[in-house]
Design a protein around this ligand. Sequence first.
Ligand code: SAM
Ligand code: SF4
Length: 328
Amino acid sequence: MPELFDNHNRRIDYLRVSITDKCNLRCIYCMPEEGLADLKKHEDIFTYEEIEIFVYHAIKQGISRVRLTGGEPLIRRDVVDFIKNLSSMSELHDMSLTTNGVLLADFAEDLYEAGLKRINISIDSLNHEKFKHITRVGNLSIVMKGLQKAFEVGFNPVKINAVVLKEINDSPSDFKDFAKLTFDYPVHVRFIEYMPFSKQMGLDMCLPCSEMIERLKKFGELEDVDSPRGSGPARYMKFRGALGTIGFISPMSNHFCPECNRLRLTVDGKLKTCLFSNDEIDVIGPMRNNHPEKAVEEVLREALKVKPKDHSTARKDHFVRTMSQIGG
Ligand code: SAM
Ligand code: SF4
């Protein structure tokens, strides 16, 4: 099995693929209320076939894990067939998807049959009003039906992503609701520090994970545990007697750059080597103009060469893309 190493000797085996920049929610920390003005034109978007070709050759180079994301990946047409094609690539060891869960109740069964076995669902609050406030247009009951369906169908692990925003969803009752969920379901709740990518919210909205842990400790005895399958750089803990775990992803307070193993492919076919850098490598051009295998080989080689050592060496005058445009 080939392996890819970057210039800082980190093994790179994980690719996040954004399949759309569109979304059916408008989370206050991710998108403006009216949606994004500069959505990519149809001809500028990587087709499913092009993504499949990229992934196929990237696997041959050493990528073995892929996460599909967006925007909201389940709103792109024919996503189930696309997933079926990816899962037929035998050397792809692990595939997962991040969704806001709005369409999950409808899609869960087909996604599972297509070969997707694990899923991350973003739910920032278990309080109906707060969920509505954060997503602007979302309905928590619909997303919870999706979560329920994910368990019924057999997804494992099922993870929840919750971005914590100061004074919006950081109250004792917010943490208590999620703590309780880990007693009721074998779910992995991951609290994420807000990263100030949007123009609407600054760093002052970010609650550090250390503070989240302090607030959660009030609801029981928390112990450190091993991370569930396919976890990135999160610290995992568990309440004694709970079925599920609680993870903490701290991109702001505790950078995980030394363990960074990932590349990101944007919907318009650009390779990003660091979430915090504006640098991008064009993939769509070389792939459309050259022999695809050679193009993939060359862009990966370039990516490994320029991937910054850490945030401080990343070029970030201001963020030119939001998370929904990068593929979170
Ligand atoms: N629409 C899907 C969803 O919400 O799960 C997939 C795309 S979304 C960009 C992926 C993840 O990034 C979500 O869990 C979302 O909460 C998170 N995210 C978006 N903007 C963020 C930010 N500024 N800081 C931290 N996490 C963010
Ligand atoms: Fe859409 Fe996900 Fe961004 Fe929310 S976080 S607006 S669901 S892309």
